[in-house]
Design a protein around this ligand. Structure first.
Ligand code: GLN
Length: 477
């Protein structure tokens, strides 16, 4: 794997004229072209070169850009003007986006250059990128294993050194889980912290765009650029974003209260991942943090609640792919068969969710399933609210195991869903959560997760940076 220069370093060098955005972007395009992981669904060679030249021109004119010349990969469910946004689906294969997502507009304004769009589970539904209509993404640490999902392409692209940073999206864990499997940093911010305008909807009350990077600082810097309120997305939070990266190195654990939710350390957790979490807690304690055992009593119901409420929302959101308004339209003699044939082009997992989601919303079953799901969700939220009265942040595993083999779980949806056991709760509660690489099992990366109260992204970056420094020093884990 090629070591990548950090986004922060690139931006500094391009900003000072030490190097040009054109050279940096050309080098990234070459790495992308030789990458053999099925991480990219499309590459923007010419557009990226033109945009890089434009960045060099702006720098020469004295503009100061937060991400000057930084090559970035964007998950292919985020709209980029005049290019494809397939969502990993045949349904959107012919679709060309007429506009940029707000995050893309902000990236361009900050001088970042999108080099390509990355692979994902179809409509972001999955935990392995195997549900992509374009084939699975391979894990750069072991090509026979999954990169995680649904932002598997973004995580693999960063882990393999093709780009220093990438954007993903999370509805139930799709940034943290692939980040953990590929050994990179990934954050799902507070619900509403980043605009969803131009992000293809899956579960609208969960969806959130997140950042992936090789370092905590880069993940923070990128989030700082894309976060913030947006008149085009009424669910965005009005609070100012503030500085998320500058000075995070100065944080010390003394006086901080870090909780470990006991329900996350129960049966089913790989003993080495448990050990990595314990080591992280020990380091924080050695630095002066108070470590507190916390209970999130409704954690066991997280998967069930998530896979009811999220698919209900998905079945409604995906009704728009009818062959009339967007993308693919199957040839047919009459309207009814056109609908049928068009929607038959969804993959198996998406069909399963549309059917189950429609079922849980239907008269007679709504109370038994959807209402129960939302009631459980409210309890999970209250569990977190109670936790924040005791602690500043929670530390837990990101996944129960390291990356599994391609094909190992694809025939068993429930097995696949259970993989999200530690990530769905932060999405149900709308709180921010980050995964950072913390050691390895037989060469496969392990992720440790930090969760915090709404809008505590900066604190999460500080704690994550402390642990990252510790890993970097070679003293642990
Ligand atoms: N793995 C979860 C699912 O399949 C989460 C996906 C996501 O966060 N987009 O729904």
């Amino acid at each position: 794997m090629t070591p990548t220069v950090s986004a922060t370093a690139i931006s500094g060098d391009v900003g000072s004229g030490e190097t040009s955005a054109v050279d940096v972007v050309d080098a990234a395009l070459q790495r992308v072209a030789t990458l053999d992981l099925n991480a990219f669904l499309s590459v923007r060679t010419e557009a990226a070169q033109t945009e890089a030249a434009e960045v060099d021109r702006r720098v020469a004119e004295g503009e100061s850009l937060a991400l000057a010349g930084v090559p970035i990969a964007v998950k292919d469910n985020i709209a980029l003007k005049d290019g494809p946004t397939t969502c990993g689906s045949r349904l959107l294969e012919p679709y060309v986006s007429p506009y940029d997502a707000t995050v893309v507009t902000r990236l361009k304004a900050a001088g970042a250059v999108v080099v390509g769009k990355t692979n994902l589970d179809e409509f972001a539904m999955g935990s392995s990128t195997e549900n992509s209509a374009y084939g699975p993404t391979c894990n750069p640490h072991d090509r026979d294993r999954v990169a995680g999902g649904s932002s598997g392409g973004s995580a693999a692209a960063v882990a393999a050194g093709a780009v220093p940073v990438a954007l993903g999206s999370s509805t139930g864990g799709s940034v943290r889980q692939p980040a953990a499997f590929c050994g990179v940093v990934g954050i799902k911010p507070t619900y509403g912290r980043v605009s969803r305008y131009g992000l293809v909807a899956f579960g609208s009350s969960f969806d959130q765009i997140g950042t992936l990077a090789t370092s905590v600082e880069d993940a923070a810097q990128l989030l700082e650029v894309v976060a913030g309120s947006d008149p085009s997305d009424a669910t965005t939070r009005p609070e100012p974003v503030g500085e998320l990266a500058a000075g995070i190195d100065d944080w010390e654990p003394r006086g901080a209260r870090i909780g470990w939710p006991k329900e996350y350390f129960a049966a089913g957790l790989d003993s080495k991942i448990r050990r990595a979490c314990e080591t992280a807690l020990e380091r924080l304690a050695a630095g002066g943090a108070e470590i507190v055992e916390v209970s999130l009593p409704h954690s066991d119901y997280g998967i069930a609640a998530y896979y009811i409420v999220a698919i209900a929302e998905a079945s409604s959101n995906l009704a728009r792919y009818d062959g009339v308004r967007y993308g693919f339209r199957a040839p047919a003699d009459d309207l009814q068969s056109m609908y049928f044939r068009t929607r038959a082009a969804f993959g198996a997992e998406v069909k399963r969710r549309i059917m189950l989601g429609t079922y849980v919303l239907s008269a007679g079953y709504y109370e038994a399933f959807y209402s129960k799901g939302t009631a459980v969700r409210a309890r999970i939220r209250s569990d977190f609210d109670a936790a924040w009265e005791q602690v500043d942040a929670l530390l837990a595993p990101t996944t129960p195991t390291p990356a599994f083999r391609i094909g190992a779980k694809i025939e068993d949806p429930l097995e696949m869903y259970l993989n999200d056991i530690y990530t769905v709760s932060a999405n149900l509660a709308g709180v921010p959560a980050i995964s950072i690489p913390y050691g390895a099992i037989d060469g496969l990366p392990i992720g440790v997760q930090l969760m915090g109260p709404p809008l505590s992204e900066r604190r999460l970056f500080e704690v994550a940076r402390f642990l990252e420094r510790d890993v970097g020093s070679g003293s642990s884990p």
